[in-house]
Structures are given as C-alpha cells and as structure tokens.
Write a protein that binds this ligand. Sequence first.
Ligand code: TXA
Ligand code: MG
Length: 324
Amino acid sequence: MAARPAIRPPTDDALKEAACLLSHGALVAVPTETVYGLAARAADPEAVAKLFAAKGRPAKNPLIVHTADAATAFALIEETPAAQALADLWPGPLTLVGTRRAGANIALAASAGGRTLAVRVPAGGVMRALCAAVGPLVAPSANRSGRVSATTADAVAQEFSAGVALILDGGPSEIGVESTVVSITGAPALLRPGAIDGETLTARAGPLAPAPTGGPLLSPGRLASHYAPEAAVRLDVRPEGVRPGEAYIAFGPADGARATQIAQLSATQDLGEAAHNLYAALRTCDTPGVAAIAVAPIPARGLGHALRDRLQRAAEPRDEADAP
Ligand code: TXA
Ligand code: MG
C-alpha cells in the first residue's frame, strides 16, 4: 500500500517546503477558511493535469484559481462593476466566474476548455501566503471527485493514499462548506450557494439570478450526485423517523432517534455551527454496514441554503456510469 502523505502544521519551514514542492509541480493540500483544497501551481499545465488525475476529476469540470489579492485575480478575468462590488467580500469565501483574459498565464485545463475562469481570494492565510510565494494556485476541494469534502488534515489523508506530496494541517476548517460561486460574465447569477449567503450578495450586487438549469453544464459542481458518502443519504428525517440500522445526523433535539450512531450538527440549531460540522458528520456516519444516513430537516434560510444544496446532492441516486 502507498504511504500516506506527510502531515505538517503550517510553520514557516513547512510553508517554505510547500512553496518549493508547488514550484516543482507537486500537489499540496492546503487549509482554507471553507474546506481543505488540493493545490497545484495554476500556470503549470503538468501539475494541473496531475491534480485532475489525483482527484479522478472529469476534464470538463473547471477549477478555482486562488490568488493572494484582488488585483492579481482581476489580471486573470475581466473586471465588471458587479465583480468590483462583490470583490469587497475578498478575502473571503466567494468565487467569481468571469471572462478569462487573453493573456492570463493559467493552464487552459483550469478553464476546462471554456472562455471563463473562476477566481477567489481566500481568507485562509496559509493559502494566501502560498499564492504570494508561488503565484496563483488552482485548488479544488481535497477529496476524490464526487465525494465528501475534507475539513481536517486527517480527512484529506483518508482521501488520497498517493499523489499528494504534503498536507498542511491548519486544524478544522472554520466555515466548513465551500465558497459561494457567482457568475459575473453577464447579469450576476448564483452558480453554487455557499458560505456567503444570498442576503450578503444582494446587498452588494442587487438580486442575483438563480443558477441556470438545463442547457450546457455551467458549473459541474452542480451535477446531481456530489459530496456523497458511500452510504445512501435520506433527508428531512425527524428523530422518531429514523429506521433500524440507520445513522442519524441531528440538528437540535435527537431524543427518540433509534440510530446506530448520532452526529449532532448543532444542539442549539445554529446554522454556522452546523456548516462547520457538516462534512465531519457525514464522514463519521459513513461506516461500513450502515443501512443509510438519515439527516434532520435543515431550514432554508441563510447558510441553510448551502447545507441543503450539499445534502441534496449527497442524497441523489448514484448513477455510476455518469458519476462526476
Ligand atoms: O471553498 C472553495 O471554493 C474550495 C476551497 C478549496 O477554495 N474549493 C472548491 O473547489 O470547492 P471545487 O473544485 O471543489 O469546486 C469548484 C466549483 C465547482 O462546482 C466547479 O464546477 C465550479 O466551481 N467552477 C469552477 N470553475 C468554473 C467555471 N469556469 N465556470 C463555472 N463553474 C466553475
Ligand atoms: Mg469540490
């Protein structure tokens, strides 16, 4: 069996090692405020190809380019008034999909052959420090394609037995769900609900169009089955509705749940705490032999939209032939 990748806290020495590895085309897992990312130097086509292979990610699914600051991001995509208004939220958990500039020195595979590019200036200081040292970094969530995202260094190590040179351990990701993705190539449109909620976006850019459905694949993270554990997932289950052999992900009271095990998202029904705990809860409950993972109802407000989006995709039937 291949050795597990080395895990190191992000000391100055470890950051230097990570920067050196990235410069030489290796893959490094990096903590961000949302989830852990698997980073590669964005200007290096071979490193980007290695990243797609390590994740088992389809070539049609483009990557987010992370940069140290907004000026670097807008050197890569065209700057629109809406983009400027939204970029006020940087550094932070927001990704803007814009029209790729002709001169952008970013591997074409990051755009999956399209004319757009996704950029984000993360709040996570480790990722920004590496971008400042190495240049823009592509970093999808550090999980095998279609599977549950990783919010701890250990979870990353469980995902990848080979192909990752180093995992920087920044502790559990503060937010716990991925960035909000907004297209700014035309009228701003929400492509993925995320850590920044709709009200915050609307306050800056006005009402956003909902994610377009049907037609060409605009944001493949919106493929049906995604964020999926091995076990089947059943949604909107109250404690008394848990079936024999099921694990339960609770949001508040769990009395009466006859589950094989219970993972609590937030005893006080705090959506921020629930987001922070979501992926760890899915991983904890995903044990061999579990009949299914039943999940409590999550309210459709604020961060709840992002949680419901991820859980709905985790619950989709898996079509292996079409798996992302
Ligand atoms: O919080 C995050 O965004 C994390 C951290 C590591 O930064 N990254 C992340 O990356 O979630 P990933 O690859 O797991 O999800 C990126 C999403 C996918 O749904 C992808 O299809 C979409 O962004 N995306 C990337 N580039 C795009 C583009 N040019 N047009 C439309 N969607 C794009
Ligand atoms: Mg992902």
